[in-house]
Ligand binder design. Structure first.
Ligand SMILES: CC(C)(COP(=O)(O)OP(=O)(O)OC[C@H]1O[C@@H](n2cnc3c(N)ncnc32)[C@H](O)[C@@H]1OP(=O)(O)O)[C@@H](O)C(=O)NCCC(=O)NCCS
Length: 175
């Protein structure tokens, strides 16, 4: 299996993969594939941080990191949002999601990003270094439990002097 940057020829396969991956997720709005389509066209999109896991020509997994800001009055800090990560149902629990997450972290670091935010399952993401956002002075603009709001420092202490509320691109709020 290889992980590589997504290209336009992958879009249809990625659409179907996301649809399948989230089909049985109770916390899903089943709109993730459309969110990805909007984000690809947005200013928040970083092509190098849109990644697929591929084996024998088949797309098995996908992960997307897009640009966000953490705003505090006049201060703004750049960060990334991880949304979504998806693995084809037939290939889940084989480590592909973990590999995609770790690979995306390395690519983000190469592009000088120092943190990532996500909303996700409280048992899954801490394995990869995510901590509760409430451990930092960072708020999410959504009405979701604290335990699902997470951040990772890609560089040690990179969030120590960062505080504020996450500002997501408008594409996150459209349908
Ligand atoms: C979440 C997801 C990307 C994980 O990918 P994966 O390749 O199956 O995960 P890995 O093989 O790397 O890791 C498996 C571990 O994660 C756990 N896990 C998998 N999905 C999980 C979930 N939704 N919530 C909590 N834990 C989960 C498994 O129980 C397993 O734990 P273990 O290592 O302690 O046995 C994949 O299951 C998926 O696509 N799910 C549907 C879409 C989704 O919920 N995406 C995340 C929200 S953006």
């Amino acid at each position: 299996m290889i992980i590589r940057q997504e290209n336009p020829q992958d879009h249809q396969a990625v659409f179907e993969l996301i649809q399948n991956a989230f089909a049985n997720e109770i916390h899903s709005d089943h709109q993730e594939e459309f969110l990805v389509e909007r984000l690809r066209k947005s200013e928040a999109f970083v092509p190098e941080l849109s990644l697929v896991a591929e084996s024998e020509g088949k797309i098995l997994g996908f992960i997307l990191l897009t640009k966000i800001k953490i705003k505090n009055g006049k201060e703004e800090f750049e960060s990334l949002a991880l949304a979504p990560v998806a693995v084809h149902p037939d290939f889940q629990n084989q480590g592909i999601g973990g590999k995609l997450i770790r690979f995306a972290h390395e690519k983000a670091k190469e592009h000088n990003y120092t943190s990532i935010a996500l909303l996700g399952h409280e048992n899954y993401y801490p394995k990869f270094g995510y901590q509760l956002a409430k451990n930092f002075e960072i708020q999410f603009p959504f009405d979701v439990p604290d335990e699902n709001c997470m951040m990772i420092e890609l560089l040690e202490n990179s969030l120590q002097k960062v505080s504020g509320t996450i500002s997501y691109p408008k594409e996150f709020f459209e349908n």
